[in-house]
Design a binder for this molecule. Structure first.
Ligand code: TRP
Length: 374
């Protein structure tokens, strides 16, 4: 697949992804060592996802930190398009967002775009995407966000302030802009053409409610960036700060190349997968290994193309020196894929057992987390 052209939009991610090129194309900033030092002053030891540049790009993160240092608190905003079950790739930015909430004591607005998924998928009903939104909210809550400071916005139920702010934003964005940014066409339904205004709203809710202009930081995968471009254009016209972003990479799927995607279930570890399914999927995964143990011992494997390696790297091995050893042992043929897979499967199962326990507990806590207009 390496020759397949890279596509990164909010609704499609395919081809081999060149993150440096995305920084260029999207006009964002790389996360520099200097910026990491600045973050470290507030967070202490850097989070794995920063140390390893899983969050690799940003806009105005330096500004948000300057504001914070000058005594201005910021709010966090992230979200989920509920089109199907949650997998461990979705958890990557949520885990990091929880870390930011913990270290900065920030409020989090979490948007569930059941409206977006209804509008974009010809065959989906709103009832279906709303049902999925409630299911996905269990995973959000299980991630461990602070119930007192976390507000889940169920788009299709919200109305009120969501609609009032959305029309304010919509008035400042032209069709020709969203057409260019999102690739809309004459045949696109007008709901989806309006929708970028809806996704902009949570950036401004805190400011609108409190009457005090409040900076907003959005941790999210890089594919959501088109939304923030139009939001940032509209913000000053409404008298609000432009929202800042910090962008992450995609967790690879268990197959050869490509991000983890629910539409390819065998290459995907869902948060509700039982242990035997986790074992099977990991066992069948593509790796950077050689066809035979003998060749692997002789020539070594290639961690840079191995999803198993990336799961340790993104989520399941926090110790940098162990990570380095693993890569070396793989390249030197000192560890075989079977062993590496079995160890990973144990960690994933342990992680999921805990996540699933919290997910069940979350069933009667959704109301507590839901945003209610004051
Ligand atoms: N459009 C996003 C999706 O399809 C959902 C979303 C809404 C979101 N607001 C967000 C994602 C803010 C990240 C940050 O998944």
């Amino acid at each position: 697949m390496p020759n397949e052209e890279m596509v990164v939009t909010p609704w499609k991610v395919s081809g081999e992804i060149d993150y440096e090129k995305l920084i260029q194309e999207f006009g964002t900033q790389p996360i520099t060592d200097e910026l990491l030092e600045k973050i470290k002053k507030h967070t202490g030891e850097l989070h794995l996802q920063l140390r390893r540049r899983i969050f690799f790009s940003h806009r105005d993160l330096d500004w948000i930190l300057d504001m914070y240092e000058a005594g201005h608190r910021f709010v966090l905003y992230t979200g989920r398009g509920p089109s199907g079950p949650v997998h461990i790739g979705h958890l990557v930015p949520w885990i990091f967002t929880k870390h930011l909430q913990d270290v900065f004591g920030a409020k989090l607005y979490f948007q569930m775009t059941d409206d977006e998924k209804f509008l974009i998928h010809p065959e989906f009903t709103l009832e279906r995407t709303n049902r999925i939104a409630y299911d996905n909210a269990l995973d959000v809550i299980a991630t461990g966000f602070d119930p007192k400071r976390t507000f889940i916005i169920m788009d299709s139920e919200q109305g009120g302030i969501l609609y009032r702010l959305a029309v304010q934003v919509a008035k400042r964005i032209t069709f020709s802009t969203v057409k260019a940014v999102f690739g809309f066409e004459e045949s696109s339904n007008i709901g989806i053409i309006f929708f970028p205004a809806v996704q902009a709203v949570p950036c401004f809710i805190e400011s609108a409610i409190t009457g005090e202009n409040t900076p907003c930081l959005i941790p999210a995968a890089i594919d959501q960036d088109p939304y923030w471009r139009v939001t940032r254009d509209a913000a000053p016209k409404l008298g609000y700060y432009k929202p800042a972003q910090i962008h992450c990479k995609f967790l690879p799927g268990l197959g050869k190349g490509g991000k983890m995607s629910a539409s390819l279930p065998e290459t995907c570890i869902f948060t509700t997968d039982p242990p035997e399914v986790v074992d099977r999927k990991i066992w069948n995964a593509f790796t950077g290994g050689r066809p035979t143990a003998r060749e692997q011992r002789l020539h070594g494997g290639d961690p840079s193309i191995c999803p198993i390696y990336y799961y340790y790297y993104y989520l399941f091995e926090d110790d940098d020196s162990k990570m380095k050893n693993l890569a070396e042992d793989c390249r030197n043929g000192e560890i075989l894929c079977g062993e590496c897979k079995l160890k990973l499967a144990e960690r994933v199962k342990r992680f999921l057992a805990e996540h699933q326990r919290r997910r069940e507990e979350a069933r009667n806590r959704i109301e507590e987390y839901k945003f209610k207009e004051p």
